[in-house]
Design a protein around this ligand. Structure first.
Ligand SMILES: [Zn+2]
Length: 122
């Protein structure tokens, strides 16, 4: 059996001109980002979809271990998109966001990183 290194960037969503690239199941309606070929819940076909880059922080932490050659410390946050799935966001800025903070996702200056901006009270 051959072991394969997992490339964490394969599992990170990407930001496009129209939003966060992902997919939505044609059968059960659940959303994923990035898109998968088949729905991980029911196995049906998934169609591509873009989700608005706005959501609420579900969890956040600062990472001090080097991963994939990225600078540390850095932050990771799970964000529940308003109209889509929960996405994992890697952030170059080591900031812990309080749970429930409304944020907007944006591209950062470092490739594969994101920037979160507080959206104020909901
Ligand atoms: Zn499904």
């Amino acid at each position: 059996m051959t072991r394969r290194e997992i490339d964490p960037t394969e599992y990170q969503p990407s930001l496009t001109a129209t939003g966060v690239a992902g997919g939505r199941c044609l059968s059960c309606g659940r959303a994923t980002a990035p898109a998968t070929h088949r729905c991980p819940w029911c196995g049906a076909v998934v169609e591509f979809a873009d989700f608005a880059p706005r959501g609420v922080v579900w969890a956040s932490t600062v990472v001090h271990l080097d991963s994939a050659g990225r600078a540390v410390p850095r932050a990771l946050a799970y964000v529940d998109l308003d109209d889509g799935p929960r996405v994992l966001v890697s952030q170059a800025e080591a900031v812990v966001w309080p749970v429930g903070t409304p944020v907007t996702l944006g591209a950062a200056t470092v490739a594969a990183d994101w920037a979160l901006a507080h959206r104020g009270r909901r």
